[in-house]
Design a binder for this molecule. Structure first.
Ligand code: HMG
Ligand code: MG
Length: 297
Protein backbone atom coordinates (compact mmCIF):
# COMPACT_ATOMS: atom_id res chain seq x y z
CA UNK A 1 0.00 0.00 0.00
CA UNK A 2 1.58 3.30 -1.08
CA UNK A 3 1.45 6.39 1.17
CA UNK A 4 -0.87 9.38 0.55
CA UNK A 5 1.80 11.89 1.48
CA UNK A 6 5.61 12.02 1.39
CA UNK A 7 8.24 14.51 2.55
CA UNK A 8 10.77 15.95 0.13
CA UNK A 9 14.07 17.13 1.60
CA UNK A 10 15.60 19.59 -0.85
CA UNK A 11 19.38 19.14 -1.05
CA UNK A 12 20.03 21.44 -4.05
CA UNK A 13 21.62 24.33 -2.14
CA UNK A 14 24.16 21.91 -0.60
CA UNK A 15 24.65 18.67 -2.59
CA UNK A 16 23.51 20.45 -5.75
CA UNK A 17 25.90 23.37 -5.61
CA UNK A 18 28.95 21.76 -3.97
CA UNK A 19 29.85 20.07 -7.27
CA UNK A 20 29.71 23.30 -9.30
CA UNK A 21 33.22 24.41 -10.22
CA UNK A 22 32.69 28.15 -10.59
CA UNK A 23 31.85 30.06 -7.42
CA UNK A 24 28.21 31.13 -7.53
CA UNK A 25 27.64 34.59 -6.00
CA UNK A 26 26.17 34.34 -2.50
CA UNK A 27 23.28 36.66 -3.44
CA UNK A 28 22.26 34.26 -6.24
CA UNK A 29 22.33 31.30 -3.82
CA UNK A 30 20.17 33.25 -1.37
CA UNK A 31 17.62 34.06 -4.10
CA UNK A 32 17.62 30.36 -5.18
CA UNK A 33 17.12 29.16 -1.58
CA UNK A 34 14.40 31.72 -0.83
CA UNK A 35 12.39 30.65 -3.88
CA UNK A 36 12.79 26.99 -2.91
CA UNK A 37 11.58 27.79 0.61
CA UNK A 38 8.55 29.56 -0.90
CA UNK A 39 7.66 26.44 -2.92
CA UNK A 40 6.29 24.67 0.13
CA UNK A 41 9.34 22.49 0.83
CA UNK A 42 9.42 21.72 4.54
CA UNK A 43 13.04 20.60 4.88
CA UNK A 44 16.23 21.65 3.18
CA UNK A 45 20.00 21.17 3.34
CA UNK A 46 21.14 24.77 3.26
CA UNK A 47 24.94 24.55 3.12
CA UNK A 48 27.86 22.83 4.84
CA UNK A 49 30.56 23.73 7.33
CA UNK A 50 33.44 21.94 5.63
CA UNK A 51 36.98 23.04 4.84
CA UNK A 52 36.86 25.99 2.39
CA UNK A 53 40.06 24.57 0.85
CA UNK A 54 38.36 21.26 0.07
CA UNK A 55 35.03 22.74 -1.10
CA UNK A 56 35.39 26.48 -1.92
CA UNK A 57 31.74 26.64 -3.09
CA UNK A 58 30.60 26.24 0.55
CA UNK A 59 32.93 28.94 1.91
CA UNK A 60 30.00 31.38 2.26
CA UNK A 61 28.11 29.06 4.66
CA UNK A 62 27.92 31.61 7.47
CA UNK A 63 26.37 34.25 5.18
CA UNK A 64 23.90 31.71 3.76
CA UNK A 65 22.79 30.74 7.26
CA UNK A 66 22.34 34.30 8.43
CA UNK A 67 20.23 35.20 5.38
CA UNK A 68 18.20 32.01 4.92
CA UNK A 69 17.14 30.63 8.28
CA UNK A 70 13.39 30.86 8.55
CA UNK A 71 10.82 29.35 10.85
CA UNK A 72 8.76 27.53 8.23
CA UNK A 73 11.50 25.25 6.89
CA UNK A 74 13.79 22.83 8.73
CA UNK A 75 17.13 24.19 7.53
CA UNK A 76 19.93 21.68 7.89
CA UNK A 77 23.69 22.35 7.82
CA UNK A 78 26.20 19.55 7.17
CA UNK A 79 29.27 19.04 9.35
CA UNK A 80 32.08 16.46 8.94
CA UNK A 81 33.90 16.83 12.27
CA UNK A 82 34.28 18.55 15.65
CA UNK A 83 35.35 21.82 14.04
CA UNK A 84 32.08 21.81 12.08
CA UNK A 85 30.16 21.35 15.33
CA UNK A 86 31.99 24.27 16.95
CA UNK A 87 31.03 26.44 13.99
CA UNK A 88 27.35 25.36 14.21
CA UNK A 89 27.17 26.29 17.88
CA UNK A 90 27.95 29.91 16.94
CA UNK A 91 24.91 30.12 14.63
CA UNK A 92 21.14 30.13 15.26
CA UNK A 93 20.84 26.93 13.17
CA UNK A 94 19.19 24.07 15.10
CA UNK A 95 19.35 21.19 12.61
CA UNK A 96 22.57 19.43 11.71
CA UNK A 97 23.61 16.60 9.40
CA UNK A 98 26.73 14.54 9.95
CA UNK A 99 28.07 12.45 7.07
CA UNK A 100 30.16 9.29 7.04
CA UNK A 101 30.79 6.68 4.34
CA UNK A 102 30.34 2.96 4.92
CA UNK A 103 33.42 2.46 2.73
CA UNK A 104 36.79 3.41 4.21
CA UNK A 105 38.21 4.06 0.75
CA UNK A 106 35.51 6.64 0.05
CA UNK A 107 35.57 8.16 3.54
CA UNK A 108 39.33 8.73 3.35
CA UNK A 109 38.92 10.65 0.12
CA UNK A 110 35.92 12.63 1.39
CA UNK A 111 36.88 13.35 5.01
CA UNK A 112 40.53 12.27 5.15
CA UNK A 113 39.80 9.65 7.83
CA UNK A 114 38.80 6.00 8.02
CA UNK A 115 35.15 5.31 8.73
CA UNK A 116 35.99 4.21 12.30
CA UNK A 117 38.03 7.37 12.98
CA UNK A 118 35.23 9.56 11.62
CA UNK A 119 32.73 7.80 13.86
CA UNK A 120 34.98 8.37 16.89
CA UNK A 121 34.66 12.09 16.24
CA UNK A 122 31.09 12.26 15.02
CA UNK A 123 29.27 10.08 17.59
CA UNK A 124 30.28 12.25 20.60
CA UNK A 125 29.28 15.29 18.52
CA UNK A 126 25.81 13.77 17.99
CA UNK A 127 25.44 13.10 21.72
CA UNK A 128 26.50 16.68 22.54
CA UNK A 129 24.15 18.20 19.93
CA UNK A 130 21.20 16.06 21.07
CA UNK A 131 21.94 17.22 24.64
CA UNK A 132 21.48 20.80 23.41
CA UNK A 133 18.21 20.01 21.64
CA UNK A 134 19.41 19.93 18.02
CA UNK A 135 17.74 17.89 15.29
CA UNK A 136 20.41 15.46 14.04
CA UNK A 137 20.39 13.76 10.69
CA UNK A 138 23.00 11.15 9.82
CA UNK A 139 23.93 10.83 6.14
CA UNK A 140 25.32 7.43 5.23
CA UNK A 141 27.37 7.58 2.03
CA UNK A 142 28.24 4.62 -0.19
CA UNK A 143 25.40 2.63 1.41
CA UNK A 144 25.06 0.48 -1.75
CA UNK A 145 28.23 0.89 -3.84
CA UNK A 146 31.61 2.58 -3.45
CA UNK A 147 33.41 3.99 -6.51
CA UNK A 148 36.68 2.52 -5.21
CA UNK A 149 35.60 -0.70 -3.50
CA UNK A 150 32.52 -1.84 -5.43
CA UNK A 151 29.47 -3.44 -3.81
CA UNK A 152 28.87 -2.74 -0.12
CA UNK A 153 27.35 -5.47 2.07
CA UNK A 154 23.91 -4.58 3.47
CA UNK A 155 25.10 -5.75 6.89
CA UNK A 156 27.89 -3.13 6.92
CA UNK A 157 25.46 -0.32 6.09
CA UNK A 158 22.97 -1.51 8.72
CA UNK A 159 25.76 -1.71 11.33
CA UNK A 160 26.77 1.91 10.71
CA UNK A 161 23.11 3.00 10.85
CA UNK A 162 22.76 1.24 14.22
CA UNK A 163 25.71 3.21 15.62
CA UNK A 164 24.07 6.49 14.60
CA UNK A 165 20.76 5.46 16.15
CA UNK A 166 22.50 4.40 19.38
CA UNK A 167 24.08 7.87 19.61
CA UNK A 168 20.62 9.47 19.31
CA UNK A 169 20.36 10.52 15.66
CA UNK A 170 16.80 11.45 14.66
CA UNK A 171 17.12 10.54 10.99
CA UNK A 172 19.12 8.26 8.72
CA UNK A 173 19.61 9.54 5.17
CA UNK A 174 20.85 6.50 3.30
CA UNK A 175 22.71 7.37 0.11
CA UNK A 176 23.42 5.79 -3.23
CA UNK A 177 26.38 8.14 -3.72
CA UNK A 178 27.26 7.11 -7.29
CA UNK A 179 23.81 6.10 -8.53
CA UNK A 180 24.47 2.39 -8.94
CA UNK A 181 21.73 0.78 -6.86
CA UNK A 182 19.03 -1.11 -8.72
CA UNK A 183 15.36 -1.02 -7.69
CA UNK A 184 15.59 -4.48 -6.12
CA UNK A 185 18.64 -3.41 -4.07
CA UNK A 186 16.72 -0.27 -3.03
CA UNK A 187 13.72 -2.36 -1.97
CA UNK A 188 15.88 -4.89 -0.12
CA UNK A 189 17.97 -2.45 1.94
CA UNK A 190 15.12 -0.05 2.71
CA UNK A 191 12.81 -2.91 3.77
CA UNK A 192 15.46 -4.10 6.23
CA UNK A 193 16.11 -0.60 7.59
CA UNK A 194 12.38 0.13 7.95
CA UNK A 195 11.95 -3.08 9.94
CA UNK A 196 15.05 -2.59 12.07
CA UNK A 197 14.36 1.08 12.96
CA UNK A 198 10.56 1.36 12.97
CA UNK A 199 10.47 4.56 15.06
CA UNK A 200 13.09 6.64 13.23
CA UNK A 201 12.98 8.78 10.15
CA UNK A 202 14.55 6.92 7.26
CA UNK A 203 15.24 8.88 4.10
CA UNK A 204 16.39 7.68 0.70
CA UNK A 205 19.08 9.74 -1.08
CA UNK A 206 19.53 8.70 -4.70
CA UNK A 207 21.98 10.09 -7.21
CA UNK A 208 20.67 9.68 -10.74
CA UNK A 209 23.92 8.81 -12.50
CA UNK A 210 22.42 5.83 -14.33
CA UNK A 211 18.87 7.23 -14.52
CA UNK A 212 17.58 4.76 -11.94
CA UNK A 213 16.59 7.43 -9.42
CA UNK A 214 12.82 7.42 -10.03
CA UNK A 215 12.68 3.63 -10.20
CA UNK A 216 14.67 3.40 -6.96
CA UNK A 217 12.30 5.86 -5.30
CA UNK A 218 9.32 3.76 -6.39
CA UNK A 219 11.00 0.66 -4.93
CA UNK A 220 11.76 2.50 -1.67
CA UNK A 221 8.10 3.66 -1.48
CA UNK A 222 7.08 0.01 -1.71
CA UNK A 223 9.49 -0.71 1.15
CA UNK A 224 7.64 1.84 3.31
CA UNK A 225 9.93 4.88 2.89
CA UNK A 226 8.11 8.22 2.91
CA UNK A 227 11.06 10.67 2.90
CA UNK A 228 13.26 11.47 -0.11
CA UNK A 229 16.27 13.73 -0.65
CA UNK A 230 16.07 15.42 -4.04
CA UNK A 231 17.80 18.34 -5.73
CA UNK A 232 16.19 21.08 -7.84
CA UNK A 233 17.34 20.74 -11.47
CA UNK A 234 18.97 17.41 -10.59
CA UNK A 235 22.18 19.19 -9.61
CA UNK A 236 24.72 17.65 -7.33
CA UNK A 237 27.30 15.03 -6.67
CA UNK A 238 30.12 14.55 -4.24
CA UNK A 239 33.37 16.07 -5.58
CA UNK A 240 35.34 13.24 -3.90
CA UNK A 241 33.38 10.31 -5.38
CA UNK A 242 34.72 9.41 -8.81
CA UNK A 243 31.98 9.59 -11.46
CA UNK A 244 29.32 11.02 -9.15
CA UNK A 245 26.64 13.15 -10.78
CA UNK A 246 23.48 14.87 -9.65
CA UNK A 247 20.72 13.84 -7.30
CA UNK A 248 17.37 12.77 -8.65
CA UNK A 249 15.59 16.03 -9.64
CA UNK A 250 13.04 17.49 -7.20
CA UNK A 251 10.66 18.50 -9.99
CA UNK A 252 10.71 15.05 -11.64
CA UNK A 253 10.06 13.32 -8.30
CA UNK A 254 7.29 15.74 -7.30
CA UNK A 255 5.70 15.34 -10.73
CA UNK A 256 5.81 11.52 -10.57
CA UNK A 257 4.37 11.49 -7.06
CA UNK A 258 1.59 13.93 -7.95
CA UNK A 259 0.63 11.73 -10.95
CA UNK A 260 0.43 8.83 -8.48
CA UNK A 261 -1.91 10.83 -6.22
CA UNK A 262 0.79 11.23 -3.54
CA UNK A 263 0.91 14.66 -1.95
CA UNK A 264 4.18 16.56 -1.34
CA UNK A 265 2.91 20.11 -0.76
CA UNK A 266 5.49 21.39 -3.29
CA UNK A 267 4.53 23.99 -5.92
CA UNK A 268 6.28 23.00 -9.15
CA UNK A 269 6.05 26.48 -10.70
CA UNK A 270 8.05 27.88 -7.80
CA UNK A 271 10.70 25.18 -8.24
CA UNK A 272 10.99 26.14 -11.91
CA UNK A 273 11.38 29.83 -10.94
CA UNK A 274 14.16 28.87 -8.46
CA UNK A 275 15.99 26.95 -11.19
CA UNK A 276 15.62 29.90 -13.60
CA UNK A 277 17.61 31.98 -11.09
CA UNK A 278 20.51 29.55 -10.69
CA UNK A 279 20.65 28.31 -14.28
CA UNK A 280 22.84 31.10 -15.82
CA UNK A 281 25.50 30.30 -13.19
CA UNK A 282 25.72 26.55 -13.80
CA UNK A 283 28.53 24.87 -15.67
CA UNK A 284 26.40 22.09 -17.13
CA UNK A 285 23.04 21.68 -18.84
CA UNK A 286 19.93 20.87 -16.84
CA UNK A 287 18.78 17.36 -17.60
CA UNK A 288 15.50 17.14 -15.71
CA UNK A 289 12.60 16.33 -17.99
CA UNK A 290 10.07 18.46 -16.12
CA UNK A 291 12.26 21.56 -16.28
CA UNK A 292 12.96 21.11 -20.01
CA UNK A 293 9.23 20.95 -20.69
CA UNK A 294 8.19 23.81 -18.40
CA UNK A 295 10.97 26.40 -18.36
CA UNK A 296 9.85 29.77 -19.66
CA UNK A 297 13.39 30.95 -20.43
P1 HMG B 1 41.85 17.76 6.75
O1 HMG B 1 42.71 18.52 5.81
O2 HMG B 1 42.23 16.38 7.13
O3 HMG B 1 41.50 18.62 8.05
O4 HMG B 1 40.39 17.74 6.10
P2 HMG B 1 42.34 19.09 9.28
O5 HMG B 1 41.55 18.76 10.50
O6 HMG B 1 43.76 18.60 9.17
O7 HMG B 1 42.31 20.65 9.08
C1 HMG B 1 42.89 21.28 7.94
C2 HMG B 1 42.32 22.68 7.77
O8 HMG B 1 40.90 22.64 7.54
C3 HMG B 1 42.51 23.54 9.00
O9 HMG B 1 42.61 24.88 8.54
C4 HMG B 1 41.19 23.40 9.71
O10 HMG B 1 40.89 24.48 10.56
C5 HMG B 1 40.22 23.36 8.56
P3 HMG B 1 44.04 25.60 8.36
O11 HMG B 1 44.66 25.55 9.73
O12 HMG B 1 44.79 24.78 7.34
O13 HMG B 1 43.65 26.97 7.88
N1 HMG B 1 38.96 22.67 8.91
C6 HMG B 1 37.74 23.21 8.74
N2 HMG B 1 37.35 24.41 8.26
C7 HMG B 1 36.02 24.65 8.24
N3 HMG B 1 35.08 23.76 8.66
C8 HMG B 1 35.44 22.56 9.13
C9 HMG B 1 36.82 22.24 9.18
N4 HMG B 1 37.52 21.18 9.60
C10 HMG B 1 38.81 21.45 9.42
N5 HMG B 1 34.49 21.70 9.53
C11 HMG B 1 38.00 17.79 6.39
C12 HMG B 1 39.31 17.14 6.79
C13 HMG B 1 36.87 16.94 6.96
C14 HMG B 1 37.94 19.20 6.95
C15 HMG B 1 37.93 17.86 4.84
O14 HMG B 1 38.18 16.57 4.35
C16 HMG B 1 36.60 18.32 4.34
O15 HMG B 1 36.23 19.48 4.49
N6 HMG B 1 35.81 17.42 3.71
C17 HMG B 1 34.46 17.74 3.28
C18 HMG B 1 34.18 17.04 2.02
C19 HMG B 1 32.78 17.37 1.53
O16 HMG B 1 32.25 18.44 1.77
N7 HMG B 1 32.17 16.43 0.79
C20 HMG B 1 30.88 16.60 0.27
C21 HMG B 1 29.78 16.43 1.28
S1 HMG B 1 29.38 14.73 1.61
C22 HMG B 1 28.38 14.23 0.30
O17 HMG B 1 28.23 14.95 -0.64
C23 HMG B 1 27.68 12.90 0.39
C24 HMG B 1 26.16 13.03 0.71
O18 HMG B 1 25.50 13.82 -0.24
C25 HMG B 1 25.53 11.63 0.72
C26 HMG B 1 25.90 10.85 -0.55
O19 HMG B 1 25.41 11.19 -1.64
O20 HMG B 1 26.73 9.93 -0.41
C27 HMG B 1 25.95 13.65 2.10
MG1 MG C 1 24.76 13.19 -2.15
Amino acid sequence: LLPKKVTIIEVGPRDGLQNEKNFIPTAVKIDFITRLQESGLQEMELTSFVSPKWVPQMSDATDIISSCLNMKTRNIVLIPNRKGMERILLTPCRAVAVFVGVSDEFNKRNINKTTADSMKEVLPAIIALKGKGYFVRACISTAFYCPYKGKIAEADTIKLCQQFINAGADELSVADTIGMASPNESFSLFSKLRERFPHHMITAHFHDTRKMGLANIYAALEAGIIRFDTSAAGLGGCPFAKGATGNVATEDVVYMLSRMGIETGVDLEKIVSAIDVIRPHLSRPIESAFYRLHSST
